[in-house]
Design a protein around this ligand. Structure first.
Ligand SMILES: NC(=O)c1ccc[n+]([C@@H]2O[C@H](COP(=O)([O-])OP(=O)(O)OC[C@H]3O[C@@H](n4cnc5c(N)ncnc54)[C@H](O)[C@@H]3O)[C@@H](O)[C@H]2O)c1
Ligand SMILES: [Zn+2]
Ligand SMILES: [Zn+2]
Length: 364
């Protein structure tokens, strides 16, 4: 049972939480300093049970969306809206800010795959869940929707652009949906898991291809575009990418690079000269083998970050309320917290047509 440690803390009783592709990197040991005994989980909604003396905007019983980033709201980076890069919430604040349940490289905070969570800076981060909003929609607003949306935003999509997305997990699917909101003219998604390709074809909507049927990604993309490549590419895969034996060996088995970077290779090589590559796929802090020469010689712009959830929430709540985004359609599994081990197995191994598992509080 967590306790208030700082006057800006709140204790939240979890009402919904999720397992994310980011948790798979922890689960597979790709994120350094993941300590035994720490609680995972950065996507959760809850009810406020207790507040510290400086938290004036929340009261007991409030139902809240808790952004996955832990952000103070006051430092130089928070003032820029870079809530994923808060300078106060992570003692190792060289890069990422604090994230719930995401190893000591992200601050060592316990996360939301639990019954209760301590929420730091509770006077800043959490947002009230609109009364009529379904909890299943609300919990996907803590990460999946903002991350997919920011992937599309960082890609700088211009009207009519061809957007190429690697990964048809929850993040790639949501990026495909959001690309249209930014004016995309064509959306193409690459993965190898057929039920996910099928899902994104209708949900995006998008054209979707199995990379195992493609010999050379850049050549294939040129063939199906105007011969020049996609206008923008999004990496929604990250460190656990499959599809290349060398990267799997060096990134995941030995590992001497911070995960397999093959999806990022494909993105860099498949985008047009002068194009933008937007990276939301997560990589560890050490090095990766990236074709940086191609980035320079093609004149590419690379944009990347952890999503700044708090910045995007107001407009995304409007999109959900207006029916332009249907987050809960991604939920395929509803699992009691007690059975979380099964949910990890199913989600990580992509079994049983799983797209997004939601964890429900234990029956009490
Ligand atoms: N930046 C952020 O704020 C943020 C937030 C949430 C998730 N993420 C990251 O986004 C990524 C995706 O998350 P998710 O929940 O959708 O995960 P996921 O594991 O469910 O989905 C990843 C998908 O990529 C596919 N894939 C594997 N190798 C591929 C390749 N070479 N080319 C194309 N597709 C390939 C997999 O089959 C899978 O369907 C993860 O790296 C996660 O850590 C980032
Ligand atoms: Zn997540
Ligand atoms: Zn800050």
């Amino acid at each position: 049972m967590p306790r208030i440690l700082h006057p800006r803390d709140a204790i939240v009783r979890v009402t919904r939480s999720c397992i994310c592709g980011s948790d798979i990197h922890l689960y597979n040991g790709l994120i350094p300093d993941t300590r035994v005994g720490s609680t995972f989980g950065h996507e959760f909604t809850g009810v406020v049970e207790e507040v510290g003396p400086e938290v004036e905007n929340l009261k007991l019983g409030d139902a809240v969306i808790v952004p996955f980033n832990i952000a103070c709201g006051q430092c130089q980076f928070c003032k820029q809206g870079l809530y994923g890069n808060c300078h106060e919430s992570n003692a190792q604040a060289t890069a990422v800010g604090g994230i719930f349940g995401y190893s000591h490289t992200a601050g060592g905070y316990d996360g939301g795959q639990a019954e209760y969570v301590r929420v730091p800076y509770a006077d800043f981060g959490p947002m009230l869940i609109p009364e009529e909003m379904d909890l299943d929609d609300a919990v996907l607003l803590t990460d999946v929707v903002p991350t997919g949306y920011q992937a599309a935003e960082m890609a700088g999509i211009q009207l009519g652009d061809t957007v190429l997305i690697f990964g048809a997990g929850p993040i790639g699917i949501m990026a495909a949906r959001c690309a249209w909101l930014f004016g995309a003219g064509r959306v193409i998604v690459i993965d190898w898991i057929h039920y996910r390709l099928e899902f994104v074809r209708s949900y995006g909507p998008a054209e979707a291809y199995d990379y195992r049927q493609i010999d050379d990604m850049a050549v294939f993309i040129k063939k199906i575009t105007d011969g020049l490549g996609a206008d923008v590419c999004i990496d929604a895969v990250g460190a656990d990418a499959s599809g290349n034996a060398l990267h799997t060996l060096f990134g995941k088995m030995i590992p001497i690079e911070a995960g397999s970077a093959i999806a990022l290779h494909w993105a860099i090589n498949s985008v047009k000269k002068g194009g933008i590559v937007s990276i939301v796929g997560v990589y560890g802090p050490t090095g990766n083998m990236i074709p940086i020469g191609n980035v320079v010689n093609k004149g590419l712009t690379i944009r990347a970050n952890q999503a700044a959830v708090k910045r995007l929430l107001p407009r995304l709540i409007e999109h959900v309320q207006a029916g332009q985004i249907d987050p809960k359609a991604l939920i395929t599994h509803r699992v009691p917290l007690d059975d979380i081990a099964d949910a990890y197995h199913i989600f990580a191994a992509k079994l049983d047509n799983c797209i997004k598992p939601v964890l429900l509080p234990n029956r009490r």
